[in-house]
Design a protein around this ligand. Structure first.
Ligand code: AKG
Length: 255
């Protein structure tokens, strides 16, 4: 599923692209959902051992009396927990999209499941991914795959088109009206420029690691399950300046 020159041009202008075709067929989607739910069920109550709630309000995620009413649940490195998610890293349509944008030598930076449960799914504040990662060159791309229809009601992605060209903004610790969110960063964004990116289940959007983006709380009666794979060009350096040679090679060769 290589991107067309027009799609690549659109990505270069906007720093994100909605993929108009289904990247995961219905049968595959059913398997991914089943394994996703099984992992979240298995890990519920084990905060700190693979499952995090990014919406915790307090001084640290480990606070006994932190407010956990909102849930923005995250399992990092799904591929290490589940064979179906390891196979997903090598799913050709996804790698074709990544290759169209970052070239043929592709490594995994990491993957993550991001789950906003119905009614009390928490917010992710405006940020650029590379504010967390500090990777160099800052040209990673993320494919955000919807396992449920994601729309404005249940917390689809909102992005600021073109923001990736404007450089890295100074981020601070995220704050809600209830207090600090120790797990999240936040930056002021010109929300008048924001656009929602609704994505149907089995489809995806791709964004650049410098694109400003955010997701709203989920107050709807529908879950919003998403899976994100972050791809990097082979030879990319981490925040310490080290080439990440041990990260999985997904396609092509190491440099
Ligand atoms: O899925 C979400 O709610 C947030 C996604 C996000 O920030 C990302 O994919 O970088």
């Amino acid at each position: 599923m290589k991107l067309t020159p027009q799609e690549i041009e659109k990505f270069r202008n906007d720093g994100y692209l909605k993929i108009n075709e289904q990247v995961i067929d219905d049968a595959h989607l059913a398997v991914l959902r089943e394994h996703y739910d099984a992992l979240f069920t298995q890990k519920r109550g084990t905060i700190g051992e693979g499952l995090r709630n990014l919406a915790v309000v307090g001084e640290s995620e480990g606070d006994e009396d932190a407010d956990r009413e909102e849930e923005m649940l995250q399992i990092m490195e799904m591929w290490r927990h589940d064979e179906e998610y390891r196979k997903l890293l090598y799913h050709e349509p996804l790698l074709d999209i990544a290759e169209s944008l970052i070239g043929s030598d592709i490594q995994l930076f990491h993957d993550q499941a991001l789950y906003k449960p119905a009614f009390h799914g928490g917010e992710v504040y405006w940020h650029q991914d590379n504010a967390y990662w500090q990777c160099d060159p800052p040209n990673l791309v993320s494919i955000w795959i919807a396992l449920d229809d994601a729309d404005e009601e249940n917390g689809c992605m909102n992005v600021i088109p073109g923001s990736y060209i404007e450089g890295l903004a100074a981020h601070g610790r995220a704050k809600s009206e209830k207090g600090n969110l120790p797990a999240l960063l936040q930056v002021d964004a010109d929300v008048d420029r924001a656009v929602p990116v609704p994505v149907e289940a089995g489809s995806a959007m791709v964004h650049h690691c410098m694109t400003l983006h955010q997701t709203n709380p989920n107050r709807s009666s529908r879950d919003r399950r998403a899976m994100v794979i972050h791809y990097m060009q082979s030879g990319t350096r981490n925040g310490n300046g080290d080439i990440m040679k041990d990260n999985l090679l997904l396609r092509g060769k190491l440099s």
